[in-house]
Design a protein around this ligand. Sequence first.
Ligand SMILES: Nc1ncnc2c1ncn2[C@@H]1O[C@H](COP(=O)(O)OP(=O)(O)OP(=O)(O)O)[C@@H](O)[C@H]1O
Length: 602
Amino acid sequence: MIRYAKLLAELLRLSWRLHPLPTAGLLALRLATVPTTPAMALALRAAVDGIVHRDPGTAAAGAAVAVIAYAVGMYLRSLADTLEVMIGDRIGTLHIRRHIEEHLARLDGLEHLERTDLLDRITVLRGAGWRLNHAPWQAVAAGCDALRLGLLLLLLAAVTPWLLLLLGFAAAPLWFDQRGQRSIVDAETRTAEAFRLQRHLFNLATAAAGGKELRVSGAGPEIARRQRQAWEAAVDGRFRARLRAAAWSVAGWTLYTAGFATGLVLLIDRTAHGQATAGDLVLAVTVAVTLRNAVQETLFAVSHTTSGRTVVEPLLWLRDYVATSRSTGRRTPPATLRAGITLDRVAFTYPGTGRPALDDFSCHLPAGAVVAVVGEYGSGKTTLVKLLTKLYPPDRGRIEVDGVDLADLATTEWRARISAAFQDFGRFHIPFGETVGIGDLTHLHDTGRITDAVHAADARPLVDRLPDGLDTQLGRQFDGVDLSEGQWQRTALARASMRTDPLLFVLDEPTASLDAPSEHHIFRRYLVRARELAARTGAITVIVSHRFSTVTGADHILVLHQGRLVERGTHDELLAAGGRYANLYNIQATAYRRPASDVPMM
Ligand SMILES: Nc1ncnc2c1ncn2[C@@H]1O[C@H](COP(=O)(O)OP(=O)(O)OP(=O)(O)O)[C@@H](O)[C@H]1O
């Protein structure tokens, strides 16, 4: 509860920092509405007693004050509501989203984004970020409404303390309402996965990327059926929870209504027996009638505040998670590599899977070496790269960089010394120059550095064909140019060429989308670059490739099979050994020489 209150206070401070005047105005307006209803009830009592005692001056003044209090109350409340919407709009979901993104960005690895409990919370936050904006103001409104309710109860107690029993009846809907809200929160969290699935399927069915495949395979209706099924599962659970919450709410209000009726009978009886004036009766009835509204408003505000918990809770959870999951490494990587990187009995299993992607993996990658990693699909090549780039920590074993445990190196500093092109490269829909420049943010707009990187990736002809050269906007969605798969890959290669002093240079299937001559050309270039980097910083270049012909020039070749290192050596040594590498190499070499119909499928 304290953490919840602290977060609401923090959100209020954010509002204050960004928009001090409207924030102060809204707080003042909410507070100013508190005494208006009690003032109206008191003025009405004075007016009625004035009439009964034939005092027209008091009666008229009382009536006038009652009307003014009523009008001012209405006016201030509607002004406050408008201002709240304005502040909500101005702060917008943007700040809240940025807040969430900043937290996520602090998570170093990738494994977090594959945890379903984390994804469930992100789903809730992404869909209801705007509710976070309103949560603190709902709490303020609830506080003000409760204050007003307290004043009204004081007035009732002044007529007869028995009427205070109404408070007990008023509390019933609050309790019932909270029960209902809890079941809604549970249902939203329980159905978050189905909700995420339906959105994924919807995106799949409507995005251009998978459109060709879906149309050719005719899988569209099946995707639509599954999307509908997931949607119904998600909506059904939430709908039933809302129905339950509504039933709880009706039960609470029935109790309150019974209490209100009893209080009214008591009041009429007291007036009939001369224990209260006509003014008291009017005051008590006015308060009791407005009390119903006051209780309803207070309950509404409180229940909105509690429903705000559905988004506040995940945010608090996310913060705790980020705080406890951040990497603890603090050491700075060496300026140059001297010994190299050593993996000692490293094992890793992806979260949620039973089979290790890498197992008992030991080897030494010497400083300055070009290391090729080969093996069939799914043999663990990319996983090895992910561990070296600290996207995942090993489950067992150690990775050492010049004798220092990789876990002890500050992740951002280690990453700042890595250049990498991955097979599932990003397609950034921003100007071409920037999409290359983000490979080294410190040189994002350094045209010279970008041009060199473009040259390294042999992407000059591509830039020459772009209408505005480096300034060309990419992505048709943004009125830009769309690139082919191979062109995007070249862009990723250029991005990976931005850093000039990496200690680790990773090329994970960097040419899978390129034609054979381009691939050959690129590999020759990158071997030269690898040697330059090795001379400058002792950098190790790791090349992952399916095509064995591209890696024959590597100093070391690691052959992986089902997550294990089964062979290692130079190309000649491995060929001479006549093992797995030699076998696969010969199959590929034969495939290039023979007509396609003669080639066995691998
Ligand atoms: N994010 C993930 N979650 C769960 N399992 C994964 C994930 N990524 C890879 N795997 C599994 O780990 C194993 C090794 O995958 P990895 O991508 O390292 O192989 P690879 O040799 O690089 O394959 P490819 O040549 O197809 O890129 C495979 O069985 C794969 O299914």
